[in-house]
Design a protein around this ligand. Sequence first.
Ligand SMILES: Cc1cc2nc3c(=O)[nH]c(=O)nc-3n(C[C@H](O)[C@H](O)[C@H](O)COP(=O)(O)OP(=O)(O)OC[C@H]3O[C@@H](n4cnc5c(N)ncnc54)[C@H](O)[C@@H]3O)c2cc1C
Length: 382
Amino acid sequence: MTMDFPRSWTDPDLDLWRDTCARFIETELEPDDAASRERGHVGHAVWRRAGELGLLCADIPEQYGGGGGDFRHEAVFYEECARRGLSGMATSVHSIVAHYFLNHGTEDQKQRYLPRLARGELVGAIAMTEPGAGSDLQGIRTKAELRDGHYVLNGTKTFITNGFLAGVILVVCKTDPTQGARGTSILIVETEGCEGFRVGRVLDKMGMKAQDTSELFFDEVRVPAAQLLGGKEGQGFFQLMSDLPYERLIIGVSALANMEGAYRATLDYVRERQVFGKPLIEIQNTRFKLAEVATQIKVGRAFIDRCVHDLVAGTLDTATASMAKLWGSETQCRVLDECLQLFGGYGYMNEYPIARMYADARVQRIYGGTSEIMKEVISRQL
Ligand SMILES: Cc1cc2nc3c(=O)[nH]c(=O)nc-3n(C[C@H](O)[C@H](O)[C@H](O)COP(=O)(O)OP(=O)(O)OC[C@H]3O[C@@H](n4cnc5c(N)ncnc54)[C@H](O)[C@@H]3O)c2cc1C
């Protein structure tokens, strides 16, 4: 019997959907991954291809051009990428952006942006972090001032996923710097032909080389007042907070699928690799390490699956989603480290997926709220 990790939330339709996602990933994403890592981004064509195949915005209602599914459809795509160690296409951030429109946008904003996001015509990004403010979002300095029916936007953002490819960016800014959280709003910025907007460097990261992460500059950018998300000033923090369970569970789901992929790759390797005249798997330490990894995955599967059920039911709270993010990312890093060790020197070579998975995993403890911030959030509920 081989160790399997079945999901409690799947069904025959989702299994078919998984096949569709896997086919796209294997035929469109995987062959271009090495070139994407060189370039620092996956390019626009693959986004449009994913849109044509109906793979984007799977959990957005059909009336807005989405797939009409739920979070499980999204989860399947993240899992199929994560288990292969393919991190180039940040559909997670794209979907998060779509959810800001769905949950907080005006009807007009939903109709204007959701179909284009679903078709992959626009890639979505969300710009919160600044050089001087990451965990402490209240410290952001990007400012939007209302003048003659336009917001005039000034500021600098950094570490923005999809920043280079983005056609639409949700920019978190201060509309009233005297008001703290209540003075924060989100502006919708279309990047094409946008005067005063500039993408800086595509940042050179230790991992996730195919995923674009950029600096963004806004210099007297004029944004029509109608581009305020939800149409009402001062809602930015509320909007950010209410979508946290969705965002954090994405990281938990992909962390666990990545552990499964690493486990399987390691199992294959240790069965083949000969040491001291026998396969590496016959050494007790190897079997014990993999037994520990398999146990972590199986136990984690029960918790993450429960979170998926709860999110779909609309009952997943922020503290529990933060536990999924915290546990998932911390365990992922430990598991990847143990798996890589079993590859010996080959594990350190970038041509082996395990090396890339290891480097990719590290940021999971940092973005989407650091592990320390997750502990802050969880501890408030003690
Ligand atoms: C690859 C990548 C992609 C990203 N994508 C995006 C994106 O798309 N959009 C976006 O807006 N941002 C993005 N980020 C930014 C990311 O969310 C921030 O880096 C993260 O929130 C941490 O902020 P910081 O880097 O400013 O670190 P800081 O906030 O300066 O934290 C430094 C250290 O202090 C700790 N710390 C801070 N406050 C506390 C506290 N109260 N208690 C205990 N410890 C604390 C932190 O945990 C951390 O260990 C991305 C980052 C990376 C690396």
